[in-house]
Design a protein around this ligand. Structure first.
Ligand code: GLV
Ligand code: GLV
Length: 313
């Protein structure tokens, strides 16, 4: 028999203080990306905690270092295996790729500006260069961080007659790249050659603020920047500068720092910046699959069996 304690409001995250009290003595914890799982939380939970299951593909909200420490500590003190961590990759790949394509087209073809103009009386007459954007046909699409999601995005963009896919990563990924016929290039080449640059990497100490002034300054002033990974990979002040000065043509962001982005944030004042509230995996079928996977990871972990999707610490 499993006994649950559930934070059942979807409108506000569980207050930190309450979480720290409630985790005391639990065997397992299911979390989402709004919860920081760090030394303080692991301390508050205590030595019973054996299983952590996050309903997300990203795991930058988990302090892996602290979780690793808990393994060593528990090995020494209790001679048990330490905390195991489940997550939900793969089941959200289609949904995230689909949303990324939608955001890219919304940004490049200026759909938000266009509906606003149509509704607000700005639609004077048909004008030759009014609301012109950039098209995917004959373009070069750059992928920063090639994983399953980057491949799925490229597969969907290909029918739009993209000319060439290029990518960069810490090392070439020939198996994934061959699926989409993508060429490995340097970060500088990615910046300077991409007409559309889409960020698909995980947020780690190495990728934090990797999209900064240096990168934007090498991009074409006709290029579109898209980020559906994590806000932390982008230096938002540098992005604001690049967008407002016309260094790049537009940006579409599903992720920001912080989340929610305050409505007074300067990025919201820009017509060439489309901001979504972190909804890339938000389809009914994918959220159902993510929650089922998170629950199954949890139960398997508690039984001491291999999880369906387990992070290697
Ligand atoms: C969403 O951002 C996730 O990591 O699943
Ligand atoms: C993320 O899940 C990736 O595959 O890059």
């Amino acid at each position: 028999r499993v006994q649950f304690d559930l934070w059942d409001s979807d409108d506000v995250p569980v207050p930190r203080k309450e979480l720290l009290q409630k985790v005391k003595g639990v065997d397992a914890l299911v979390c989402v990306l709004t919860e920081k799982i760090d030394a303080e939380l692991l301390d508050a939970a205590g030595p019973n905690l054996k299983v952590l299951s996050t309903m997300s593909v990203g795991f930058d909200h988990l302090s892996l270092e602290e979780l690793k420490k808990s393994i060593l500590l528990q090995l020494c003190v209790y001679v048990c295996v330490g905390i195991r961590v489940g997550y939900t990759p793969d089941v959200l790949t289609d949904s995230v790729a689909e949303l990324t394509v939608a955001l890219l087209l919304t940004t490049s073809r200026r759909l938000i500006e266009a509906t606003h103009e149509a509704k607000s009386g700005g639609w004077g007459t048909w004008r030759t260069l009014w609301l012109c954007g950039y098209e995917l046909a004959n373009s070069t699409v750059g992928i920063l961080g090639l994983g399953r999601i980057g491949v799925a995005i490229a597969e969907r963009l290909k029918p739009f007659k993209v000319k060439k896919f290029i990518y960069t990563d810490v090392a070439p990924r020939p198996e994934l790249a061959s699926l989409i016929d993508a060429e490995y290039v340097s970060m500088d080449e990615l910046a300077s050659q991409s007409d559309f640059l889409t960020v698909c990497c995980a947020l780690t100490p190495e990728t934090k603020d990797i999209c900064n002034k240096d990168l934007f300054s090498k991009m074409k002033n006709t290029s579109i920047f898209i980020n559906t990974s994590r806000g932390g990979v982008v230096d938002q002040e540098d992005l604001y500068e690049a967008l407002s000065s016309g260094q790049i043509a537009g940006a579409g962001l599903d992720v920001t720092v912080p989340e929610p982005l305050p409505t007074s944030h300067p990025l919201f004042t820009l017509n060439n910046c489309v901001i979504l509230p972190h909804i890339a995996s938000a389809s009914y079928s994918t959220r159902n699959a993510m929650s089922a996977l998170a629950a199954n990871n949890l139960l398997l972990g508690l039984k001491g069996q291999p999880m369906i999707k387990e992070l290697k610490l």
